[in-house]
Design a protein around this ligand. Sequence first.
Ligand code: PLP
Length: 219
Amino acid sequence: MSIVTAIQELKDTLPSKTILVAVSKTKPNEDIMQAYESGHRDFGENKVQDITVKYDTLPKDIKWHFIGHLQSNKVKYIAPFVHLIHGVDSFKLLKEINKRAGNNNRVINCLLQLAIADEESKFGFSSEEVLEHISNGSFAALSNINICGMMGMATNTDNSGKIRSEFHHLKETFHAVSKKLQNDDFSILSMGMTSDYKIAVEEGSNMVRIGSLIFGSRE
Ligand SMILES: *Cc1c(COP(=O)(O)O)cnc(C)c1O
C-alpha cells in the first residue's frame, strides 16, 4: 500500500477529532514529502539529530512532534521549532524546556508522559507525582511551557486486556489532571501506535502516533 493510501485509510477510520501523527523516524525525506504533498502536516521523530536535520531540509509548515526520550542537554537543539514534545518524563526536563523556550521567545507545548507499562516504567511520571506537582504549584511557575495533555505507551504484549487496562489508567489520570490543572489547552491524550491504536482510540485517545502502518516496517 502506498504511503498516501495508508494515511487516507487511517483518516477514514479514525474518529474525526483524532489527530494522526505520522511517525517518520528512520524514513527518508522522500517518504515524508509523499505524505506532505497529500496534505499531511504532523510528523513524529524520536531522535534529536534526525528531527533537526529534517526540520532544516523540509517545508517549514510541518508540525514536528518529538516522541522519543529527550535528554535535558539536547533540548536546546529542538526548542526553536518543535511543535509538541510528547515524552516529558521528569520535572528536571520540564524546567530545561521552559528555560530553552524562553531563550527562543516561545511557549513550547508539552505532554506529560505517564509510566503505564511494565517494561517502560523507567521513563515517566506516576499519577501521584503529576498531581503533587499541580498541588504545589511547581508546574504553574513555568511560564514558557504549555502542558496540553498526556502521553503513554502500553506494554508490548499480545495481551489486549492488559493493553486496554494500561490505556484506561492513563485516561483516568488524564481526567483527574484535567480537573486540577485548570488549563483550557489541556486536551490531548496521546496514546496508540501501529499495534495498539484501535484499543487506544476505544479507550479515549485523541492523538495516535503511527509509523510502520504508514511507512512500512523499519530496519
Ligand atoms: C516508533 C514510535 C511510534 C510508532 O511506532 P509504530 O509501531 O511504527 O507505529 C509511536 N510512539 C513512539 C514513542 C515511538 O517511538
